[in-house]
Design a protein around this ligand. Structure first.
Ligand SMILES: Nc1ncnc2c1ncn2[C@@H]1O[C@H](COP(=O)(O)OP(=O)(O)OP(=O)(O)O)[C@@H](O)[C@H]1O
Length: 321
């Protein structure tokens, strides 16, 4: 190694961001050529690394030019679709809290709010931060230990969304293909039913698996069956059914009553031959904390434990796939 090469390698070692990422470094005819592993870095972190490398090597004796090639191992990302047959069954609430509970269990989680009719994740997660774009990709906002992008962030607050067909699919694409960095599991909160957004998701991004949320009411379950059919027909494994608003725990005496009946979803899951993932009771805490933008799964109460148990079952099912 000549003197210039030694100075080049010493300068490289002094750039902390480059540690463990340099796959090859050569100095030939005053040009430094680097191959850098950028796996898992966001677009912003990638450009910072590139800047630091150029800055750290420019001006070193024997280096007139710095050439950088970034390589990236494709992160294998799980797309977990959360669907329901009809609206108002608590699909967004379950998606948000499931995503947070998965993150608290150590997974790197992103949440896409694809509900064109009523994007509610910014409110549920208590964030009004607008995402920025870097290199034409939207960078998710970070909140409650997860990353999140919502259709609601793409339009001005209060403006109703009724996107259809190509427009909705285009907007969904911007969210799914956002800069998710090293996110391992992307939870997609779908609109209710089996419309354009569901079809686009299934056709273009082929979710790894789906979870269906239903209430114990018969009507919701009949609708849920349709949502399950859509995934089944397109060969997306349904890892299970969550029964939400199952049993009401009286905040005064603790007595549990079942305004919508009990066990309906579990029985239906059995008939449809899909796993039953568990019950989330109807509680005042879930309603109030969700409306206040402080998701119960981020706290330490009983509700948080319920979502942790749900996340453990979902995680197990994903690990088996
Ligand atoms: N387990 C629960 N206990 C109490 N309230 C709940 C529970 N789950 C959801 N809710 C409340 O029910 C309402 C509807 O929930 P949410 O918005 O999650 O439903 P959704 O199925 O996503 O509806 P939409 O399809 O209309 O977006 C919200 O006010 C929410 O706080």
């Amino acid at each position: 190694m000549n003197q210039d090469e030694a100075a080049f390698h010493t300068a490289l070692e002094r750039i902390p961001e480059a540690k463990g990422r340099i796959q090859s470094a050569r100095l030939k005819e005053n040009a430094a050529s680097l191959v850098v592993d950028a796996t898992g870095l966001s677009a912003e972190a990638r450009s910072t690394l590139e800047r630091r490398l150029k800055g750290g090597l420019t001006g070193i004796a024997g280096i007139a030019e710095v050439r950088i090639a970034m390589t990236e191992e494709k992160v294998k990302r799980i797309i977990l679709a959360v669907g329901s047959g009809k609206g108002g069954v608590g699909k967004s609430t379950v998606s948000a809290n499931l995503a947070i509970a998965l993150a608290r269990a150590g997974r790197k989680v992103g949440l896409v709010d694809a509900d064109v009719y009523g994007p509610s994740q910014p409110r549920l997660l208590g964030t009004s931060e607008k995402p920025e774009s870097v290199d034409n990709r939207i960078v998710p906002v970070e909140t409650n230990g997860i990353r999140m992008l919502s259709l609601g962030q793409l339009v001005e607050g209060g403006k109703a969304l009724a996107w259809r067909g190509p427009m909705a699919a285009g907007a969904l694409g911007q969210l799914i293909e956002g800069d998710w960095g090293d996110t391992e599991i992307l939870v997609v909160d779908l609109p209710p039913g089996t419309g354009d957004i569901q079809l686009s998701l299934v056709q273009k991004w082929t979710p790894t698996a789906a979870v269906i949320v239903s209430t114990p009411q018969d009507l919701a379950l009949i609708d849920a069956t349709r949502a399950i059919d859509l995934f089944r027909k397109t060969n997306i494994p349904v890892i299970g059914l969550v029964e939400n608003m199952s049993g009401y725990a009286c905040p005064h005496c603790g007595e549990i009553s079942d305004p919508f009946g009990a066990g309906g979803a579990e029985a239906a899951a059995g008939v449809m031959d899909i796993p039953f993932l568990g019950r989330v009771p109807l509680t005042l805490t879930i309603r109030q904390s969700s409306d206040a933008g402080t998701p119960p799964a981020s706290g330490d109460g009983e509700e948080s434990r319920i979502f942790q148990a749900l996340a453990a079952r979902v995680s197990e099912a994903l690990n088996r796939m």
